[in-house]
Design a protein around this ligand. Structure first.
Ligand code: FUB
Length: 651
């Protein structure tokens, strides 16, 4: 009985966003891309590090995944479609599931793959059949008789006749029977191809011309190029035409590809070894545009980091995958022990720049902001322009160079998040031109976000309290875990203990920079500089927006009040959902205890003086199950709001 693969249903779908490489959470090689039902499906090999007992210096592949995308930017992983232990003729644990293909004929999908046969030597090729491109596939019990080798590729011609090509002592080809699972007659060696090692045939037809494309080692001791030949018939003889892509600049010995037309454009799918620079048997699939000349010749493709597709400006854009850059710009792995964390780009000097093409600003409002993950070797400014060096400035953000002691090495060192209001929003699709005011800037990603209903990032301008005196600019720390299931525990003694405890260094003295991180037991928490859209600072929403826990939490909040002169005889008036404690210039001035709802001016301090210059106001809110928030203002002797000061958290 043929075996239906249960495994298929056990695997969850995952999305990955992409430039090059396109799949960012696993090694992928030999990408065969096909268009089915208006979507692109990619069937790659799945390289893995060899487990113990397997040859450590060779290819190692136990299964196949299939991926799909409509925009060539976001790829859905449909999970494992078959492993080396699921097919009757394949030797279990053989780790030799090499380059596959999949084609559609009369509504059925045929998945062709090479593997090591039970009790045999070398490679054979088998087929799985499905009603859907992503499976589940039913696998033929026997391999295809007469096909001995690797890298099967099938061409379904306009008249319905199918041809299979593979590599085994050169490149061979033959007709397939209508059942798509058997050779029809003898296969033959493809004639007219150049001398030198060849494998990975990929055949297609365009404007009546048959193209046979293949990895080819053109010089002795060299690595693989991608090359092609053409013919007026599907099985040749072939006219050798030239190179599609030269040898890999990263030294990857193999290359293996497919070519397809999608929505009027042609694409080359291929691989390099981006995630494994020192071992080229762990490869990474890529895409770049391919163009034909007037006579149907394939123009040479230059591999890019940017790849293809349009990135929505509202999702994180890894600008280290740039389209072009000044010559001193470099890229580095974010984490050399886990290359899948990606790269960042460094712009050493003021003159350095990056261009990142095709970012879609549709839907970005004029009051939106940019957020970027950056680090600096000296105080500098990140500047993002539209199109080029002369383009309008979209946004710019100050990047301070954090000194030792201001950051923790275990928290990505100097890295920080910076935000800035947008000065200009490009219309539709635009290129980004990224530079820095002083150089010394490294950047990982940038994103453009619409303001939400509760907060927007604070900027460096001075802010006054609102018309009613409420203070709306704060540094908020991600919530500390306080797993209280009920608020009945909020007695004065419990709260004193909780509010006086030291959770992180300089907790009662520091005015942190946005992006600074604190280590609180096992949690790594970040400070955010935010302006509240409402008079009450919605801590619950803040936690939720940052995908942090919302219940059973303790928040720490700081702001700076700058006075031009002493303001005596004022009272701090606050309300909070959850209990809260308030400190002015290091002195505790108010405790709102018990389980309470937020009410304006719920508690009041005794008389205070806001001194000339900088005053540091700090609060902590603790809550079990509840929608944490607070509001605070200063009021004078007559109960009127005090407003003659500015709020500046960023100075
Ligand atoms: O992925 C294993 C083998 O490496 C493929 O079958 C060849 O084409 C080469 O890319």
């Amino acid at each position: 009985m043929k075996k239906k693969l249960l495994l298929f249903f056990l695997c969850t779908s995952q999305m990955a966003s992409a430039q090059n490489p396109i799949i960012r959470d696993q090694f992928t090689a030999d990408p065969t891309a096909r268009v089915f039902n208006g979507k692109v499906y990619v069937y790659p090999s799945h390289d893995i590090p060899a487990p113990e007992g397997q040859r450590q210096d060779w290819f190692c592949m136990a299964d196949y995944h299939v991926f799909s995308s409509e925009n060539l930017t976001e790829w859905e992983d449909h999970g494992v479609i078959v492993t080396h232990n699921d097919v009757a003729w394949v030797r279990p644990e053989s780790y030799a599931m090499w380059a596959p293909d999949c084609v559609e004929k009369n509504g059925k999908y045929y998945f062709y793959f090479p593997a090591a046969p039970k009790g045999g030597r070398g490679f054979s090729v088998g087929v799985g059949i499905s009603d859907r491109p992503e499976g589940p596939f039913e696998f033929e019990k026997e391999n295809i008789k007469g096909v001995m080798g690797i890298d099967p590729c099938v061409l379904v011609d306009d008249d319905g006749q199918s041809y299979i090509y593979w590599s085994g002592m050169g490149i061979r080809g033959g007709k397939l029977k209508a059942n798509m699972t058997e050779l029809d007659g003898e296969s033959k060696q493809m004639e007219g191809l150049p001398e030198g090692f060849k494998e990975g045939p990929f055949a297609f037809k365009r404007e009546g011309i048959y193209y046979l494309t293949f990895p080819w080692v053109r010089k002795e001791g060299g690595t693989e190029t991608l090359a092609y030949a053409t013919s007026s018939t599907p099985l040749g003889p072939w006219d050798f035409k030239g190179i599609i892509m030269p040898e890999s600049p990263t030294g990857c010995w193999t290359n293996h590809h497919s070519i397809l037309e999608y929505k009027g454009e042609w694409y080359l799918f291929y691989h390099h070894n981006d995630y494994s620079p020192k071992f080229d048997k762990l490869r990474a699939a890529r895409i770049d545009r391919l163009h034909f000349g007037k006579k149907g010749e394939i123009l040479e493709v230059v591999p890019t980091l940017r790849g293809v597709g349009i990135n929505p400006s509202t999702s994180k854009i890894d600008v280290d995958r740039y389209s072009s850059a000044s010559k001193d710009v470099s890229i580095s792995y974010v984490d050399t022990t886990n290359t899948f964390k990606g790269w960042y780009a460094t712009l050493p000097e003021k003159k350095d720049w990056i261009v990142y093409k095709d970012v879609d600003f549709t839907g970005v409002r004029s009051d939106s902001y940019m957020i970027a993950e950056v680090k600096a070797e000296k105080n500098t400014e990140l500047i993002i322009r539209e199109k080029n060096a002369k383009g309008k400035i979209i946004g710019r953000a100050k990047v301070v160079c954090m000194t030792e002691g201001q950051f923790r090495r275990d928290n990505r060192g100097r890295w920080m998040m910076v935000t800035a209001a947008l000065e200009h929003v490009p219309q539709g699709i635009s290129d980004l031109y990224i530079s820095s005011e002083e150089g010394g800037l490294s950047i990982d990603w940038v994103q453009f976000k619409n303001r939400d209903a509760y907060f927007r990032p604070s900027d460096t301008s001075s802010l006054r309290p609102d018309d009613n005196g409420f203070i709306r600019r704060w540094l908020l720390l991600d919530p500390i875990d306080k797993p209280n299931r009920s608020n009945t525990v909020f007695t004065d003694s419990y709260l004193k203990e909780q509010f006086q405890k030291e959770y992180f260094a300089s907790q009662f003295t520091d005015v942190p920079k946005p992006g600074k991180q604190e280590k609180v037991e096992k949690q790594t928490l970040t400070w955010h500089g935010l302006d509240s859209e409402r008079f009450n600072v919605k801590l619950f929403r803040f936690a939720d927006l940052n995908q942090k826990q919302t219940y059973g939490v303790m928040f720490w909040c700081v702001t700076v009040i700058d006075c031009e002169e002493d303001i005596p005889n004022v009272r701090l008036a606050a309300g909070s959902n959850g209990a809260s404690c308030w400190w002015l210039n290091g002195e505790e001035v108010l405790l709102l205890s018990g389980d309470r709802r937020m009410v304006e001016d719920d508690g009041m301090s005794s008389r205070l003086t806001l001194k000339k210059g900088r005053n540091i106001l700090r609060c902590s809110v603790i809550n079990g199950p509840g929608m944490s928030d607070f509001c605070v203002r200063f009021i004078d002797e007559s109960g009127n709001p005090v407003r003659n000061y500015t709020i500046n958290i960023d100075k």
